[in-house]
Ligand binder design. Structure first.
Ligand SMILES: C[S@@+](CC[C@H](N)C(=O)[O-])C[C@H]1O[C@@H](n2cnc3c(N)ncnc32)[C@H](O)[C@@H]1O
Length: 191
């Protein structure tokens, strides 16, 4: 079953999606000239906590917003390698379905890869051990489970790699000081 978090897109999630979308395209436009010359015309977008792709109210989340725009960008559609993951099988299945229905998805040179594993397991390990092309990584767990220093180090260890991660601090002290809501923090790190 899809998590209640995805019933309706909150204002907080809308702002988060806008930050990631805008940051990704600003980053890609800066990095693409070097990627063409020195990285075999490749850049990557990796989202290890990708969610189902769409909220139940119909709102699109970050993977769809990014891929839709890339599919219609003559340059980036030939460059982008995209890797998504979610440990919840229904989320990964939903995202696969949503991605294949994106208008223009067939224009992408590299078919989006959608995995279904624990980001703290083999996928995180792969990221730490693999030399990455210039990559933008988005790390957006529930709370902070699955987020580790090793994962962040893996995401930014190679040239041109940027990573944005969000975490929620769910301590009683934090909660009571924020009128009952969990405070959420975002952070940008780069190679
Ligand atoms: C906050 S939601 C992500 C929302 C998504 N970024 C969006 O914009 O719609 C966190 C997602 O991470 C998944 N998740 C939680 N822990 C995970 C882990 N250890 N490995 C992989 N996925 C995980 C959950 O199933 C959930 O879909």
């Amino acid at each position: 079953m899809v998590d209640p978090f995805f019933n309706e897109r909150s204002d907080q999630s809308e702002v988060k999606a806008a930050i990631i979308h805008d940051y990704f395209f600003a980053w890609a436009n800066v990095i693409k000239a070097t990627a063409k010359r020195f990285h075999n015309n490749k850049i990557a977008y990796i989202d290890l906590f990708a969610g189902p792709g769409r909220y139940k109210d119909g709102a699109k989340s970050t993977p769809l917003l990014v891929l839709e725009r890339v599919a219609n960008d003559p340059d980036l559609s030939k460059m982008l390698v995209s890797i998504f993951n979610d440990e919840e099988p229904t989320h990964a299945d939903s995202l696969r379905n949503e991605v294949q229905n994106i208008k223009g998805v067939e224009k992408l040179r590299f078919k989006p890869v959608i995995e279904n594993g624990d980001a703290g397991g083999y996928i995180g390990k792969w990221m730490q051990e693999t030399k990455l092309v210039p990559t933008f990584s988005f790390i957006d767990p529930f709370g902070y489970r699955g987020l580790s220093l090793g994962l962040i180090q893996g995401a930014i260890k190679d040239w041109g790699c940027d990573c944005v991660f969000f975490l929620q601090l769910q301590s009683h002290k934090c909660r009571s000081s924020q009128s009952g809501s969990w405070p959420s923090y975002g952070c940008l790190v780069r190679s």
